[in-house]
Design a protein around this ligand. Sequence first.
Ligand code: SAM
Length: 449
Amino acid sequence: MDGTDAAPSDGALGGPPGAGPDDARRAEAGAEAGVLELHVGPMAAGGGCVAHAPDGRVVFVRHSLPGELVRARVTSETARFLRADAVAVVEHSPDRVDPPCPAAGPGACGGCDWQHAAIPAQRRLKSELVSEQLRRLAGIDATIDVEELPGTPDGLGWRTRVQFTVDDTGRVGMRRHRSHDVHRLEGCPIAHPAVEAVGVEAHRWPGVERVEVEASAEEGDAVVVVHRARSGPRTGTRALPAVDAGLVDGRRTVVPPDVLRHRVRGREFRVSAGVFWQVHPAAPAVLAGAVLDALAPVAGESVADLYAGAGLFAALVAERVGNQGAVVAVERDGAACADARVNTADQPQVSVVHAGVTPQVVTGRLGRPDLVILDPAREGAGRDVSAALAALVPAPRRIAYVACEPASLGRDLRVFLDAGWRLASLRAFDLFPMTEHVEVVAVVEPPSA
Ligand SMILES: C[S@@+](CC[C@H](N)C(=O)[O-])C[C@H]1O[C@@H](n2cnc3c(N)ncnc32)[C@H](O)[C@@H]1O
């Protein structure tokens, strides 16, 4: 289903205890302390809509959609703003649907923000959020279409990596929103079938803090990575349940395999347990395609791939620049560097540098790159690294910035624009359906280009 024609079932939001019809009736009675009736406005970063309380303070209302009239229970407040969960909807948005996941809703699983929004509306909201962040932080006025990824039109069954939290009794679940409480789960509808097939939810994981299931959509196999509690007694590995998957305890392999294999644009990539890999099965090919199309690398060029992970972009761009070209891949995770070396072993033009990306690395270790790819984690590259890249002499022909946090991207693009660089292209992709998260590929060109 694409959700567009699925009408919500009643005035209460679908889902768990705490948001059901009883809550709606209590809210409708209007007597419950801490419940406000609110007209909600635009979506804010963080997954909730902006409304105003009677005293004028801003309220961030989760589980609501722009334009709705809702009854919302206040969950926290400061002198400047409140947070609230919509527990009943008085006037629905046409974009509202019944959440496909039974654990979605106020007070329950904190994993997905937008199960209650139709998929086309999710992409529209993400477009608006990206546009707003780039306008506010970088002064960029752009309309951005968030592109659908192939394979999951209903937004379900895509997540090949899921991190579950373990409660005191050893059962797995997800943290509630802004809470340390664990909401127990029996399944996760956005998880890929290869993750669900492992069935970590059916077992007890005593002495464990988190259980991460990583799967290969192409091969159908999986590895479970167990993270122990930092404090408290260590339970022996014998206490770990037997699952039909590899099992890694921290960095120690208990049951092989401890690597997964992925195929992207005709190349095989080895990814060790715990090493970064995109969670949507279509993401590596789509992002690599977007980067290669925008940079248009040619034979003999020199490329820097920063925050290189297991070498996804390095290997694919190395095919374009060929043996006469050069690719420097910089990555701070040693296990990822080891994978990147294996994944580019047939490409002598690639060198992998095990280091954090810093201004010193940018000026001292990259040579004179014609092209730069950077794909940092949520915190972004930062102003200093961006400034060092913008000041490279000679300037790279183009820089592609792959970003999973539009606010970090906006902050860093500002540095390039202030240094005279110009935005050449911008694309956004729906890598994370059902959540507010979105991936952006921005390409900048130097002043003289
Ligand atoms: C979003 S992932 C991208 C990986 C790769 N480009 C891919 O698409 O598979 C970010 C990577 O940056 C690495 N990383 C995070 N901070 C870093 C830093 N300061 N310096 C170098 N690498 C870093 C992480 O270990 C991770 O592998």
